[in-house]
Design a protein around this ligand. Structure first.
Ligand code: ADP
Ligand code: MG
Length: 454
């Protein structure tokens, strides 16, 4: 019997022996990939279905295969690579919307047309964004914009370090508006792509089309604007786009890895415009928020993780959520391939080696690293001196003992040779507050952490 018809026969019988709902859920997209005397390989669409078939339906499948003349030694379930079509890659051909055709010149089938697109990725939504202290302000502002785009916070300027959810949030605004305010023209573009398109437009003498395209937006979302630094022509172009949109009360949303004042060689007139609306400094999520994110992402894979694994991941990857997601995916894939439970032991051996991160940082290591960073001798940090050059690194060390090791204040004080733990409270609070306002301080802390975990 042919593979396909054999599998159809088996499916037919399964359909008769279980409920319709179960049949559709677990068997709809399965196929027989290989059938010989020793091994049967059944293709399945995802981990969840694979696990369910292995755990629950294997005896049934095995007996039905046998009934149809096959008695293999083993049955394997293999996840087929699925063709998930990334909708954000679908080009929005310029001039498609009838109402726009009169206002803006059409691209005449030029080589440029294909590169203009709406740019949104449906995977980024408000629903799957975990809100915590570090991002609640940004989250609230983004949500407010979806209520009344162009009215409040224009432009909205979000800035903060890498992998903390800026792109996710600003894309979520676009996706939410796409759903709730149909008919609005929403464009998302990374600054790198904006620059590239502009260069192409110059080369093909299509700058009017380029300008027309972006000025036709009702909502323009520009990601990673720091890449505009040092590019005079594109700054000029963006300035005009900004003005045209802003004057027409169209919403502009911008993200950056630093505040406008720290973007080098940014024209003053753009800098001042970026400050017209609302600027929000996004922080890396704290420990609890990172745990919640891991939990949510694991559930997305239909996996429930134990608390110790969640805390291990959260502790080991402290700043970048993209990295955190990468580690989680690595762990799940590893366990899935070997049919292991994602336990702490597996996580430690897998991520401990690949990232070569120390499993347990000691207080000593943190103080040492901080003293080295500031080139202040350990003895001074631990000693009684109160010079500014020494007090500051000492405060940073206290802050890091709190943020990295979650030590109590009395313990922090003791580690630094202080008797009074109110100094520790005061120091941690001070650095915490100051780091929210001062990106260079945040960078300093990130540098020390980087070294610590390297
Ligand atoms: P950035 O643009 O700040 O560099 P991204 O928005 O690309 O960071 O975020 C990196 C990854 O982390 C994305 O996959 C994003 O979905 C995820 N992520 C970041 N913050 C959150 C959050 N609060 N909740 C859920 N996922 C998050
Ligand atoms: Mg980004």
């Amino acid at each position: 019997m042919q593979k396909d018809s054999l599998w159809q026969a088996v499916l037919g019988e399964i359909e008769l022996s279980i409920s319709r709902g179960n049949f559709l859920t677990w068997f709809k997209n399965t196929e027989l990939l290989n059938a010989d005397d020793s091994t049967i390989i059944i293709g399945v669409p995802n981990v969840f279905i694979k696990q369910q078939l292995e755990r629950k339906y294997n005896p049934l499948i095995s007996s039905l295969l046998e009934k149809n003349g096959l008695s293999p030694k083993s049955i394997e379930y293999k996840i087929r690579s699925m063709n998930i079509k990334p909708s954000y890659d679908d080009p929005v051909v310029f001039g498609k919307a009838a109402s726009l055709e009169e206002e803006v010149p059409k691209l005449s089938g030029s080589s440029l047309a294909h590169s203009y697109r709406q740019g949104l990725n449906e995977r980024y939504t408000f629903d799957n964004f975990v809100v915590g202290a570090s991002n609640e302000l940004a989250f609230a502002a983004c949500q407010a914009i979806t209520q009344t785009p162009g009215k409040k916070y224009n432009p909205l300027f979000l800035y903060g370090g890498v992998g903390i959810g800026k792109t996710h949030l600003i894309q979520a605004v676009g996706n939410s508006l796409n759903e709730e305010k149909k008919g609005l023209r929403i464009l998302y573009i990374s600054t790198e792509q904006f620059v590239q398109e502009f260069v192409d437009a110059l080369r093909f003498r299509k700058t009017a089309d380029f300008a027309g395209f972006y000025r036709s937006a009702d909502v323009l979302i520009v990601d990673d604007i720091q890449f505009i630094a040092g590019k005079e022509k594109i700054q000029e172009e963006f300035f005009h786009t900004f003005n045209a949109l802003h004057q027409a009360n169209k919403q502009i949303i911008i993200s950056s890895d630093k505040p406008p004042k720290d973007i080098p060689t940014l024209e003053e007139r753009l800098r001042s415009r970026f400050n017209w609306g609302m600027s929000i400094d996004m922080q890396a999520p704290d420990f609890e928020t990172r745990c919640a994110i891991i939990q949510a992402k694991a559930l997305g894979h239909e996996v429930t993780l134990s608390t110790d694994v969640i805390e291990y991941l959260s502790n080991n990857i402290p700043t970048n959520i993209r990295e955190l997601e990468g580690a989680l995916n690595q762990l799940l894939a590893f366990c899935e391939m070997r049919s292991l439970e994602p336990s702490l032991a597996v996580a430690t051996s897998l991520l401990g080696t690949t990232k070569s991160r120390p499993k347990h940082l000691s207080a000593r290591q943190i103080i040492e690293r901080t003293s080295r960073h500031f080139q202040v001798p350990m003895d001074d940090i631990l000693g009684p001196k109160r010079d500014k050059d020494i007090v500051f690194p000492r405060q940073i060390a206290m802050y890091m003992l709190r943020s990295e090791l979650h030590l109590s204040f009395p313990k922090i004080a003791r580690e630094l040779g202080r008797k009074d733990h109110t100094t520790a409270i005061h120091s941690v609070e001070k650095i915490d507050k100051q780091s929210r306002l001062d990106p260079s301080l945040r960078q300093t802390i990130a540098d020390i952490k980087e070294r610590l975990y390297a």
